[in-house]
Design a protein. Sequence first.
Length: 701
Amino acid sequence: MTDKTPLYRPSADTQSSNDLTDRPTDIGHGGEPHQRGGPAMTTAQGIRVDDDQNTLKAGARGPALLEDFHFREKIFHFDHERIPERVVHARGYGAHGYFETTDALSDLTSAHLFQEKGRRVPAFARFSTVAGNKGSFDLARDVRGFAVKLYTEEGNWDIVGNNIPVFFIQDAMKFPDLVHSVKEAPDRAFPQAQSAHDNFWDFISLMPQAMHMVMWIMSDRAIPRSFRFMEGFGVHTFRFVNAEGKSHFVKFHWKPKQGLQSVLWPEAVKINGADPDFHRRDLWDAIQSGDYPEWELGVQVFDEDFADQFPFDILDATKLIPEEDVPVRIIGRLVLDRVVDNFFAETEQVAFCTQNIVPGVDFTNDPLLQGRNFSYLDTQTKRLGGPNFTHIPINAPKCPFHHFQQDGHMAMHNPKGRANYEPNGWAEGGPRADPDGAFQHYPEMVEGEKRKIRPELFADHYSQARQFYQSQTEVEQDHIANAITFELSKVETPGIRERLVAHLPNIDTDLAQKVADGLGLIEVPKAHNPARAPVEGLNPSDKLSILKNGPESFAGRKMGLLLSDGVDDALLDAIMEAVKDAGGMVEVVAPHIYGITTAGGKEVPADQKIDGAPAALYDAIVMLVSDDGAKQLAGMHAAKTFALDAFAFGKFIGIGDAGMDFLKMAGVDSMDDGIIPLDQPDDATGFVETCAKLRFWERMV
Ligand code: HDD
């Protein structure tokens, strides 16, 4: 062949024409709309592009030419699209909103934000999992990050917390070891986003200080129903400092207005397959539909006297202060009301730093927090490529800022004039430090020997683990035992399993026995010797349970409606209406994605084809099927599994038309009070009210 062969030049939109003239012709200058709708395409340098399908060649079959600056620029930029993902908390999802003070606190802190009820500042929150990579699934059994950036009038304040109020380790020195152990093993690069493997439990079983946190991550806190249904905690003890310079200790709590709710572990496993983006989709959908998630900010405030008599060290991040000991005072609310315009620009580039605090708030000497204050700044420099990450809009303060920092990669704020040092004698001399209204470090007295050491009280590792376990309902205790059994069953080395189980008698003997039985151990291994005798007689705390703090209505939750052709119109309308009235959402699941036709001839589009929507995706289920529909669904494996799962996962199931026949055909042969007949439209409201109670737990014990 020679270069005399006919030329083929696909156009932008058709990709099929041999006609060299079939390409945009109506290209005006100055970026006015192109004939196919958008503005004229240019390179990053602003040069107009004539063809975005073909590289420049020496002849149709000849080599590509280096001269093709458009091609080279396009590929070069693509090659550099990724920035390093976060070393932990890589997978996350963020949204914008605002924070509003609901209770002024000028007696406790000089922070401008808290001086007056009703003060509002913009906020950005990012929720995340810890262990998995950026592309991992949402329902990993894992801690959830709960990071909030408040753009206050006095600078950015980041509360970089988790959905669990305690942490695995007490000193930042151990953070890299903890993270290495939980992430995929370095030789095989698996498992992804899971703690159920030898390395993690090997490390943890050698770290008694992690036992309290182990109880939390093995509880249903680690598999939340959505970001909207989980609490957040600042974890460490911080300080509030008032205008007179008086300090109080403070712990931060975010309490979801929606109540607490989690999924079951077997549901999590199914959800990860059916919808790996379950949590991010949930947040996106809720905000887009105007159902704005909201959390109250609460504080536990206490003084040195309380700290001195508390049986644990308030600087120890593996301990919490029960709300029964120091009640949570609600002082504000966080509302997320806007999704991001661009995930990368906002959610990926947002740079939280524990060191970002404002006047009136201060650190304590918690050794975990002190180490974090170094790590976050360091990590952002690496991730975002240089020291100017505060120039990126999502990270820039929204209050005035002036300093002499200059230059560096991608500098966007470049001051004019010659004064770039202080002191200077120039008339336009630039900013000067001024103690008035400035951040002042709390002048805490500090003395001591310089040693690598921690306080004796830090050595109590089991007391609060026991308190947490004993604060749970029976169902929740079972879930903890099952979770530990599941995880240790994935551990291949028997010695690691036994070393971990040997901690459990120090927490609760029943728990130890249940796990030993679940693993098939002949007996519970001899308990490890506690480094410090546990504190006896700590009272259980109801606030530590999810089930005792659940939602009170169906608001913000999702009903899965399994439908077939020929269903009763009035009943269907009544159910849709009742869920809507309760503030919930409905998703129609049907044999085909084009939906169904009711008995009255109305076409109802489906949101999901049955094969792609296991019952685990929904908070409660309605099965509304005709006689023929029951037979049709009974012949579909996915539909039968849907029914069996709905039953097995303890969901409330509303049954209309021939739904009961279908349930039986699917293999559900025992009936109970969680299966609720919907005989007439009037039954719908009562059914939805019943669904407020999360699940029909009686079926599950
Ligand atoms: Fe951390 C990210 C929360 C201990 C070092 N951490 C990160 C994020 C959250 C937390 C929510 C993600 C923020 C975002 O959405 O971008 N981390 C915690 C909590 C801790 C904690 C609640 C204990 C109470 N972290 C901790 C220690 C160190 C770090 C002890 C190191 C000494 N954390 C980091 C980091 C990350 C991070 C490496 C990774 C990506 C980033 O910072 O931006 O610097």
